[in-house]
Design a binder for this molecule. Structure first.
Ligand code: KIV
Ligand code: ZN
Length: 449
């Protein structure tokens, strides 16, 4: 068990900052499904949305606050009363609500966007935090564009909001401009200069415009930040946010250098990634660290040779440790409902008997035509047979026993095992099951786990 000093709070903003990225908006049901998965993943804070942004966002935050009871549920608000009141209205029945206030602090933003002075900024920040604090004990404050803010002024803003009651100070690199050494120094400066900093949590929120969001986050942690803000698959504004799976696995695999702990159950990382891709229709780049389809693929003969002799030669973590299913279970026409159900569960779906029967009938027909039904076929089939809200329970529980059972089933009834990962064979998916025409460009993300 980690001592408090080394425990990192994982703040997931997939449903807020992630959702703001083009093509990633989610409806109410989809947000709830993902929130359940984030809960299973073990994130500490779910930023569920920006309640004043729309009635839909408000309703989704409220629903998530009502049903997800373990993690803190945060809602974003600008530094003004209507936003804060709306956020609180959505959050007030949460088991652990948090109001997250954002106000820009850089001169560029103050002059050109908000058209207010530094003194106005200080006053608004102080007032907003005090008002939020009168409603909710847990208040986070983010000085937007912190990394392009005069550090002297940034520290004054942070002094003011601590005095007004903020409990977490989030330092956003809003435009992805900083570099690791500089961001680490900024966190160190804040720790040195801001009054009362020892009583609050410092948080890092990094964007990936220069491809350094994760590196910057790690530098912040090394300098004393104890909350990381991140998203599944690194989705987010423009080039995205720091990727949750990369941060978590960097801490796990390089524990010698990053001796920090999170509450993340890493075997749920891949299911979370797949679920998000499935919901948004946005594919994961194949070479994406940790959860991309090539992350554990070995093609070069010399690598394959090493892998066969000892996986440690070319793998710094096992696929299983991040929830990539062991694809030894090959589904074919001899497979029964049991194996099919287990495979569906590994892919994040649980079906009742009747719903499974529907899938099974079509599965057997397909297996008759193509020898092996790969996971991407199965996912297409599931999507085509049961649209998400129907009888699929969006539940993905750890399945160690189920996987063991499946392995036993596969040993007796399947053809030669295939190494992970299986590449999609989109042409093989011929007659009996029709690929839904609405996502012609999405074959890639259903990549056959
Ligand atoms: O990038 C940013 O500045 C934000 C804030 C709301 C934290 O997303
Ligand atoms: Zn952001």
């Amino acid at each position: 068990m980690a001592t408090e000093q080394f425990r990192i709070t994982v703040f997931d903003t997939t449903l807020r900052d992630g959702e703001q990225s083009p093509g990633c908006s989610m409806n109410h049901q989809e947000k709830l499904r993902l929130a359940h998965q984030l809960d299973r993943l073990g994130v500490d804070v779910i930023e569920a949305g920006f309640p004043i942004a729309s009635d839909g966002d408000f309703a989704a935050v409220k629903a998530i606050a009502a049903v997800i009871r373990r993690p803190v549920i945060a809602g974003l608000a600008r530094a003004c009363r209507p936003d804060i009141e709306r956020a609180w209205e959505a959050l007030k029945h949460a088991a652990r609500p948090r109001i997250h206030i954002v106000l820009a602090s850089s001169d560029i933003h103050l002059q050109h966007k908000l058209r207010i002075s530094r003194e106005d900024c200080l006053a608004h920040a102080r007032e907003a935090v005090a008002f939020a604090k009168s409603l909710c004990d847990d208040v986070e404050f983010s000085p937007e564009d912190a990394t392009r803010t005069d550090p002297e002024f940034l520290c004054r803003v942070l002094d003011a909001v601590i005095e007004a009651g903020a409990t977490t100070l989030n330092i956003p690199d809003t435009v992805g401009y900083t570099i690791p050494s500089e961001f680490g120094e900024l966190i160190a400066t804040i720790r040195r200069r801001v009054k009362g900093i020892e009583n609050v949590t410092i948080s890092a929120h990094c964007h990936n415009d220069l491809g350094m969001a994760v590196a910057n986050t790690m530098a912040a942690v090394a300098a004393g930040a104890r909350q990381v803000e991140c998203t599944i698959n690194g989705i987010g504004e423009r080039a995205g946010n720091a990727s949750l799976e990369e941060i978590v696995m960097a801490m796990r695999v390089r524990h010698d250098r990053y001796p920090y702990e999170t509450g993340i159950a890493s075997e749920h990382l891949f299911p979370a990634s797949q679920l998000l891709s499935e919901i948004t229709g946005v594919p994961v780049q194949p070479n994406k660290a940790i959860i991309g389809r090539n992350a554990f693929a070995h093609e070069a003969g010399i690598h394959q040779d090493g892998m066969l002799k000892n996986p440690l030669t070319y793998e710094i973590m096992t696929p299983q440790s991040v929830g990539v299913p062991d694809s030894k279970l090959v589904l074919g026409k001899h497979s029964g409902r049991h194996a099919l159900a287990i495979r569906c569960e590994q892919l994040g779906y649980q079906f009742d008997r009747r719903a499974l029967d529907d899938i099974y009938i079509r599965f057997v027909r397909l297996a008759d035509k193509i020898k092996h039904v790969e996971d991407h076929h199965l996912l297409e089939l599931i999507r085509d047979t049961h649209k998400p809200a129907a009888s699929a329970t969006p539940l993905f529980e750890p399945l160690p026993t189920a996987i063991a059972t499946a392995a036993a089933v596969s040993a007796s009834s399947y053809e030669s095992p295939k190494p992970f990962p299986l590449a999609p064979q989109t042409n093989a998916f011929a007659v009996p099951v029709t690929v839904p025409a609405e996502h012609p460009d999405q074959q890639d993300y259903l990549w056959g786990v």
